[in-house]
Design a protein around this ligand. Structure first.
Ligand SMILES: [Ca+2]
Ligand SMILES: [Ca+2]
Ligand SMILES: [Ca+2]
Ligand SMILES: [Ca+2]
Length: 423
């Protein structure tokens, strides 16, 4: 039990404490008021760009809001005058640096030096990070640019006569037919019993060459093309001794440099088991079979009911990814590939919501970056009408449908009896 005196003393102590607390709180409020009146501008650091690709990059930096609500944005361009701001984001109002980044998925030019910096603003003022630069990698070769004008072109083959024609494409979206030509005199006459299966520069002379497969024997041969329009047949060769013999039961489904050694390789799919394998090619004429590999464990096992319809580097990691279409539902999915030989399956995704649902009565006729923004696009052809439609893809994984269009006026009408080969 406390005595009466003790209780009185304690009450006096409490009153004194309360007065101290009140004084302290008032001082703090005054401090906050003073602080608000003279807030410190943000501290901004521009950091190195990452994921630099031929047509995109991720810009990075940090912002310290220094206690006041702060917004930040990047600006970039071909000089330190910048000119291209990208959307402002909030960096909060804390007292420590916050990481800020912005990914440019497409729209940059390949093989160019870019300047960029981070800018941040709060009520105390605007701060500018130091100038930083990055160099976009060399422009990727377009394996189907026959007239070398920077726009991928598209081949057509007649189902009956097996004539082959080139559509020279152009415009911003690369979907306008600017001209056409037969693929040499032999292409004009047609090559009965043989199907065009893809293009690639096998002899490294800067002109796309055309790969054919014979329907019955499954022999595979390359036509070396040249001339200003890329439509002059210069020579031909079987693709390796095995190509001369043929690979019965197997179809060529894509021509790409899967192991990044500068030589186009051949992707095959088994008609029944749907196994997928790659022939790695080499030699001065690109027609020497060096080695072969299944496309990962899943490729070795096969994916029954699914057809490989083309390849392209959708996530821009330097490895060509594989696009599949379900024969019945017409769903489309992509396998993201990796590894030194490009034959390791890393992950998979449907191509947009429409790809997951399927596009009945349309087949994928090829994968080509028609608008040349670094993201492979999907070329479709309708079974009955032979109309041709393009999905322009975008997004971090390249599997989002950005916009779409018919392939020129003729493509909108359709070219019955002709099969488009956009790969
Ligand atoms: Ca072209
Ligand atoms: Ca060539
Ligand atoms: Ca290769
Ligand atoms: Ca890839």
């Amino acid at each position: 039990m406390m005595t009466v005196d003790e209780v009185v003393v304690r009450r006096k102590q409490s009153a004194t404490s309360l007065a101290k607390i009140t004084l302290l709180t008032t001082t703090m409020l005054m401090g906050v008021a003073n602080f608000a009146l003279s807030s410190t501008p943000p501290t901004v650091v521009t950091q190195a760009a990452t994921a630099v690709a031929p047509f995109g990059a991720t810009l990075n930096g940090t912002v310290n809001p220094n206690g006041t609500v702060t917004t930040a944005f990047f600006e970039y361009g071909l000089t330190s005058a910048y000119g291209q701001p990208v959307a402002a984001t909030s960096s909060g109002s804390g007292l420590s640096p916050v990481a800020v980044s912005w990914t440019i998925f497409s729209g940059l030019s390949c093989n160019m030096l870019y300047h960029f910096r981070l800018v941040a603003t709060n009520s105390g003022g605007t701060s500018y990070g130091d100038d930083n630069t990055f160099m976009t990698p060399p422009c990727p070769m377009i394996t189907s640019d026959f007239n070398n004008d920077g726009h991928p072109d598209v081949l057509w083959q007649n189902d009956a006569t097996r004539q082959v024609a080139i559509w020279y494409m152009g415009s911003t979206n690369g979907n306008i037919e600017l001209g056409a030509s037969f693929l040499g005199a032999a292409g004009a006459a047609g090559v009965p019993g043989w199907s065009v299966v893809g293009t690639g520069d096998f002899d490294n002379d800067g002109h796309p060459d055309v790969v054919w497969q014979r329907d019955a024997t499954r022999q595979v041969a390359v036509w070396y093309m040249g001339g200003a329009q890329g439509d002059v047949l210069l020579g031909a060769s079987f693709l390796g001794a095995a190509g001369a013999v043929g690979a019965p039961g197997w179809s060529v489904v894509s021509i790409r440099d899967f192991n990044n050694d500068g030589h186009p390789d051949i992707m095959w799919q088994q008609d029944a088991t749907r196994q997928v394998a790659v022939w790695y090619m080499g030699g001065a004429q690109g027609d020497v079979l060096l080695s072969a590999s299944f496309l990962g464990a899943a490729g070795a096992a096969g994916a029954p009911g699914w057809s490989v319809v083309g390849t392209g580097d959708f996530d821009i990691d330097g490895h060509h990814d594989v696009v599949w279409q379900q024969d019945a539902t017409r769903q489309v999915a992509v396998w993201y590939m990796g590894g030194a030989q490009g034959d390791v399956l890393l992950s998979a995704s449907f191509l947009g919501a429409a790809g997951a649902a399927g596009v009945p009565r349309w087949r994928v006729a090829g994968i080509v970056d028609l608008n040349y923004d670094g993201r492979p696009d999907i070329v479709w052809q309708e079974d009955a009408t032979a109309r041709v439609f393009v999905w322009y893809m975008n997004g971090a994984q390249g599997h989002d449908i950005w916009y779409s269009s018919y392939l020129g006026n003729d493509g909108a009408v359709g070219v019955p009896g002709w099969r488009v080969i956009a790969r």
